[in-house]
Ligand binder design. Structure first.
Ligand SMILES: [Zn+2]
Ligand SMILES: [Zn+2]
Length: 89
């Protein structure tokens, strides 16, 4: 990853966004030093696997991308939907 501020490269970096930009906020990778300078202003984007939800049919956990018709309010307040195997006829 490459710091969007200073160009410094590292294997893992914080990915952040400026909440003041609203829903359309761009995500930026920042090195520790640059993050330190703006830590008050930014929020960290949760890890590379953003969200998991459960399948209503088989109760297994799936990435939200794989869940069909995912809606909030499932088990442990995670979203729930239908997984690809349960969705198959
Ligand atoms: Zn930097
Ligand atoms: Zn399922």
């Amino acid at each position: 990853m490459r710091c969007s501020e200073c160009g410094y490269e590292e294997r893992a970096m914080k990915t952040v966004y400026w909440p003041c930009e609203g829903d359309e906020a761009d995500e930026h990778a920042l090195c520790e030093r640059c993050y330190g300078e703006v830590a008050e202003e930014v929020l960290i984007v949760p890890g590379p696997v953003p969200c998991f939800g459960t399948c209503k049919e088989c109760s297994a956990w799936f990435s939200l991308r794989d869940l069909h018709d995912a809606k909030p309010g499932g088990r442990r307040s995670a979203p729930s939907g239908i997984c690809p195997s349960c969705a198959a006829p």
